[in-house]
Design a protein around this ligand. Structure first.
Ligand SMILES: Nc1nc2c(ncn2[C@@H]2O[C@H](COP(=O)(O)OP(=O)(O)OP(=O)(O)O)[C@@H](O)[C@H]2O)c(=O)[nH]1
Ligand SMILES: [Mg+2]
Length: 414
């Protein structure tokens, strides 16, 4: 008992003993929401079991074995039983186990579950939140359908359940349990449980903290995984019509506990532990997701010296950190810019120098060529003038010889 708090007895009726009833009325008024995820290979009996469990006909789409990747199909229904309204979402895997690669099978399932947590978290973080009329799509129960091989779990089963056990309440069921003999089934159940334990897979345990159901839950924990049979077909047994599967050699009654564990599953999933499944989803699985997500974003409850840190402080610290980082980046960019300008300048200078030297070289070449040409011209001029002189001398000589010959002729005639 708290210090400073005293217990008093009441002298007469006050009325707060109606609080539980107020709670019940409010809940009934609000209605309930429950989301089931069925994981299992194509054609293992997921849809049939859901129809059998809820005594209705959900829309069923048969899938092919040739889906390129696993998809999740979610459908939501409003159901009512007496005055209680239930918004039920059934999510089915489509094409699960038909992929070559195991990761391709389980990853879409993991992503789906995380997406539902994420959208709840986003709603919670809003300034104007409306969680009271928010459609909560977080998965409350995951029925994992094990194929009735009688042998052992497939590695895909183990890997998938291991990936999911911290995110969702896993309830393993052996599907189509009418296809396996009683003694084989017994051994198969033991084998499955020991494989789950040795691989550290945590499946959902029916809770024992509520005294009123502790006994039945303890017994039921010992019957896991439930071996189920689904059928919406009615067969007459004695003078009653019962859900059953009829074979040439006999009838398997769905709701007969000597035939299978269907009734146990319905009791545990719907009648006894639905609220616990909802609660565990919120307080365990969602809480873990939320914590990891907020820590990833840098929020903490305490500083390194274990003193409490408020959201405001964390925000301020983050903001400061961000500003410092921004300043650093800006400086870096400025420096880089200066460096680049310098480099470019040096490049340009180098190019200029190169051009200048090319120009000088060309000028020199040109001058040399010019000088050579001038020399040639001079030589030519010289040649020309000496030729002229020689020509004049020759003409003179010719003229002289002509006059001399003329004289001789005259002399001869004479
Ligand atoms: N023997 C036996 N057959 C079953 C059982 N449940 C369903 N089936 C049959 O298995 C076939 C497939 O059942 P569905 O319920 O459509 O299987 P599903 O897993 O929903 O299939 P997909 O949605 O296509 O992946 C049908 O022919 C059912 O009649 C069962 O408990 N035992
Ligand atoms: Mg189906």
């Amino acid at each position: 008992q708290d210090k400073g708090v005293r217990s008093l007895s009441l002298a007469g009726h006050v009325g707060f003993d109606s609080l539980p009833d107020q709670l019940v009325n409010k809940s009934i008024c609000q209605g309930f929401c429950f989301n089931i995820l069925c994981i299992g290979e194509t054609g293992i009996g997921k849809s049939t079991l859901m129809d059998t469990l809820f005594n209705t006909n959900f829309e069923n789409f048969e899938s092919s074995h040739f889906e390129p990747q696993v998809k999740l199909r979610a459908q939501t229904y409003d159901l009512q039983e007496s005055n209680v309204r239930l918004r039920l979402t059934v999510v089915n895997t489509v094409g699960f186990g038909d992929q070559m690669n195991k990761q391709e099978s389980y990853q879409p399932v993991v992503d789906y579950i995380d997406r539902q947590f994420e959208s709840y978290l986003q709603e919670e973080l809003k300034i104007k939140r409306s969680l009271h009329n928010y459609h909560d799509s977080r998965v409350h129960a995951c029925l994992y359908f094990i194929s009735p091989s009688g042998h052992s779990l497939k590695s895909l089963d183990l890997v998938t359940m291991k990936k999911l056990d911290s995110k969702v309440n896993i309830i393993p069921v052996i599907a189509k349990a009418d296809t396996i003999s009683k003694s084989e089934l017994h051994k198969f159940k033991i084998k499955i449980m020991s494989e789950l334990v040795s691989n550290g897979v945590q499946i959902y345990q029916f809770p024992l903290d509520d005294e009123t159901v502790a006994k039945v839950n303890t017994t039921m924990n010992g019957h896991l995984p439930f071996a189920v049979v689904g059928s919406t077909e009615e067969v007459s047994v004695g003078n009653k019509m019962v859900k059953a599967r009829q074979y040439p050699w006999g009838v398997v009654q769905v709701e007969n506990e000597n035939h299978c564990d269907f009734v146990k599953l319905r009791e545990m999933l719907i009648c006894v532990n639905m609220e616990d499944l909802r609660e565990q989803t919120h307080t365990r699985h969602y809480e873990l997701y939320r914590r990891c997500k907020l820590e990833e974003m840098g929020f903490k409850d305490t500083d390194p010296e274990c003193k409490p840190v408020s959201l405001q402080q964390t925000y301020e610290a983050k903001r400061q950190e961000f500003l410092v980082e921004l300043q650093k980046r800006e400086d870096e960019m400025r420096q880089m810019f200066v460096q680049r300008v310098k480099e470019k300048e040096a490049e340009l200078k180098e190019a200029e120098r190169e051009l200048q030297s090319r120009f000088e070289q060309l000028k020199r070449l040109h001058a040399e060529e010019k000088a050579a040409l001038e020399e040639k011209k001079r030589l030519l001029d010289e040649d020309q003038s000496s030729f002229g002189k020689r020509k004049a001398a020759a003409q003179l000589l010719q003229a002289q010889s002509l006059t001399a010959n003329g004289k001789k002729d005259k002399d001869r005639k004479k």
